[in-house]
Design a protein around this ligand. Structure first.
Ligand code: PLP
Length: 463
C-alpha cells in the first residue's frame, strides 16, 4: 500500500560517513543510546513519541489555550478520550509512566500482586515501586517466537484464575491488560480473550484496567483476524474492547500520534479522587496534568486520526512489509510480525556469538556502523543479570533486536533500505564479533553501559 498522506514539511537528514559513524560509536562506548540522533540515517530506536503530527494537529497547537485551569483544550481532550474509551473520568498526565505511577500509588499496597499479560518495563517498575509484585500471565503461545497464533498477546484466563485464588482477592487490587503487548513483540489481544479475562475478574470482584498505548493497532488486528469483526469500524471495536474494563492508562506518545502526553481514564469516583490528589502534587492541576493546552489539543486530534482505516492499513502493513522482506532474505524474525516493530532473532542471526558476548548488541552496533540504522537490543545487555546466590550470569530466553517503526515518519523506500541493509549484514554475518562490557551501572545498565569489541582471536570462550 502507498503512503496515505503527502509530505508538507520535511526534516533534512544529514549524510554521515562510515568513518564518522565509527568515531561516534567509539565515543559512545558502542552504546547506541549515546549516539547523536542527527547522525542516524533511519532511527528505529522506538515508536514512542516519535510520530509525525498532521497539519491538523499542528494547526491545533495554535489554538492552545494556556489558561491554568479549565482551558478549552482540556474539554476537547476529555471529550475525545470519552468518545473512544467510554470512561467518564479523564485525568491528563505528561506521559504513560506518570499515569501508571498515579494509578498504582493510589490503589496498590505492599505485598499485592498485579497480574497482566506482560507488564511493560515502566508498568512493572511502578508496581514494584509500591512494594508489590508484577506478574506476567501471557498465554504459552506468546512465549514462543515462531508460533503463528493470531493473538499471542492474550492473557491466559486459567492462569489468572489460579493466581487470584492462590494470592487471595484482597491482595489483587486490579488486573492490567496491555494492548498490544509491547514486551511480547507488539502482539494483539482478542475481544474473546478480553471477555474471558473480564469473566474471571467478575468472579473475584477484581477491576480490569487496560494499558492502552497501542489500542488502535490492536483493534486493527481484531478486525483483520478475529471472526465477526471484519465489517465493524475501528472505533466500534475500541468501544467494545474498553467496555469490558474499569479504566485505562495510556501513553499518548503511541496511538494518539503525539510527541508527549498521557492519561488515566476510569469509572470509579473514589479511585479518581485518590489519583487527582496525587496528580496535583506531582503533575499539575486536574485540567492539564503536566501538559500545555496545545498538547491536549494535539492529543484530541490524534485520537481521531489514529482510527482512520487507511492510516491503520498502511501503518500495520508497513511494519508487516518490512517483516516480509526480511523473511524473504532468510533473516530470522519473531512471527507473526506485531503492530509497531519487527523483532530480529539475534541468536539465530549470529549463532557463532554466545549470549555472554551480547549478539543482539553486536548486531545493533554493526547496523549503525555499516548503514546508519539505529535499532535497540532487547536481550542479554538489557535483561541479563547475575544469580544473587552463585554470582553466575543469567540470560533472558530471547535475544532480540527491535526495529520499531515511528508513525508516519519513514516512507516505504526508507524501510526498503532497512530491509536491504539487514539482509546484507545477514549475508556477511560471519565477520561480526562479540562484545564485552567495560563499564555498567547497577540498574538498567543498557542505557549507559560501555562496551568494546572482542578481538576474533582473543574472544574468551562462552561463560
Ligand atoms: C506498553 C507500554 N506501556 C507504557 C509505556 C510507558 O509510556 P511512556 O514512555 O509515555 O512513559 C510504554 C512506552 O513505551 C509502553 O510501550
Amino acid at each position: 500500500m502507498r503512503e496515505p498522506y503527502r509530505i508538507k514539511v520535511v526534516e533534512p537528514l544529514r549524510r554521515v560517513t562510515r568513518e564518522e559513524r565509527e568515531r561516534l560509536l567509539r565515543e559512545a562506548g558502542l552504546n547506541i543510546f549515546a549516539v547523536p540522533a542527527e547522525s542516524c540515517a533511519v532511527d528505529l530506536l522506538t515508536d514512542s513519541g516519535t510520530s509525525a503530527m498532521s497539519d491538523r494537529q499542528w494547526a491545533g497547537l495554535m489554538t492552545g489555550d494556556e489558561s491554568y485551569a479549565c482551558s478549552r483544550n482540556f474539554y476537547r481532550f476529555r471529550d475525545a478520550v470519552r468518545d473512544v474509551f467510554g470512561y467518564p473520568i479523564v485525568i491528563p498526565t505528561h506521559q504513560g509512566r506518570a499515569a501508571e505511577h498515579l494509578l498504582f500509588a493510589s490503589v496498590v499496597k505492599p505485598g499485592d500482586v498485579v497480574p497482566s499479560n506482560t507488564h511493560f518495563d515502566t508498568t512493572r517498575a511502578n508496581v514494584e515501586h509500591q512494594g508489590a509484585e508484577a506478574r506476567d500471565l501471557v498465554v504459552d503461545e506468546g512465549l514462543d517466537p515462531s508460533c503463528l497464533h493470531p493473538f499471542k498477546g492474550n492473557l491466559d484466563p486459567v492462569k489468572l484464575d489460579r493466581a487470584i485464588r492462590e494470592v487471595g482477592r484482597e491482595r489483587v487490587p486490579l488486573v492490567m491488560l496491555t494492548v498490544t503487548n509491547n514486551s511480547g513483540g507488539g502482539q494483539p489481544v482478542s475481544i474473546a480473550n478480553v471477555r474471558a479475562v473480564r469473566e474471571v475478574c467478575d468472579r473475584h470482584g477484581v477491576p480490569l484496567f487496560f494499558d492502552a498505548c497501542r489500542f488502535a493497532e490492536n483493534c486493527w488486528f481484531i478486525r483483520e483476524r478475529e471472526p465477526g469483526w471484519a465489517k465493524r469500524s475501528i472505533k466500534d471495536i475500541a468501544r467494545e474492547l474498553f467496555s469490558y474494563g474499569d479504566g485505562c492508562t495510556m501513553s499518548a506518545k503511541k496511538d494518539a500520534l503525539v510527541n508527549i502526553g498521557g492519561f488515566v481514564a476510569l469509572k470509579d469516583a473514589a479511585w479518581a479522587e485518590k489519583i487527582t490528589n496525587l496528580l496535583i502534587l506531582f503533575e499539575g492541576f486536574l485540567t492539564y496534568g503536566g501538559l500545555a493546552g496545545r498538547d491536549l489539543e494535539a492529543i484530541a486530534v490524534g485520537l481521531t486520526e489514529v482510527l482512520d482505516e487507511d492510516y491503520l492499513a498502511f501503518r500495520v502493513g508497513q511494519v508487516a512489509a518490512l517483516g516480509e522482506q526480511l523473511e524473504r532474505a532468510g533473516v530470522p524474525i519473531v512471527k507473526p510480525v506485531g503492530g509497531h516493530a519487527v523483532y530480529v532473532d539475534a541468536r539465530a542471526f549470529l549463532p557463532h556469538i554466545p549470549q555472554s558476548q551480547f549478539p543482539g548488541q553486536a548486531l545493533v552496533v554493526a547496523l549503525y556502523r555499516e548503514f546508519g540504522i539505529r535499532a535497540v537490543e532487547i536481550g542479554s545487555l538489557m535483561f541479563g543479570s547475575r544469580d544473587p546466590k552463585t554470582g553466575e550470569p543469567v540470560y533472558p530466553r530471547l535475544e532480540l533486536v527491535r526495529l520499531a517503526i515511528p508513525r508516519r515518519v519513514y516512507t516505504n523506500d526508507h524501510l526498503r533500505y532497512v530491509a536491504e541493509s539487514v539482509a546484507r549484514l545477514f549475508r556477511e554475518r560471519d565477520r561480526l564479533r562479540g562484545l564485552r562490557i567495560t563499564w555498567e551501572a547497577p540498574t538498567l545498565r543498557h542505557f549507559t553501559a560501555r562496551l568494546e569489541e572482542l578481538d576474533a582471536a582473543a574472544a574468551p570462550a562462552a561463560r
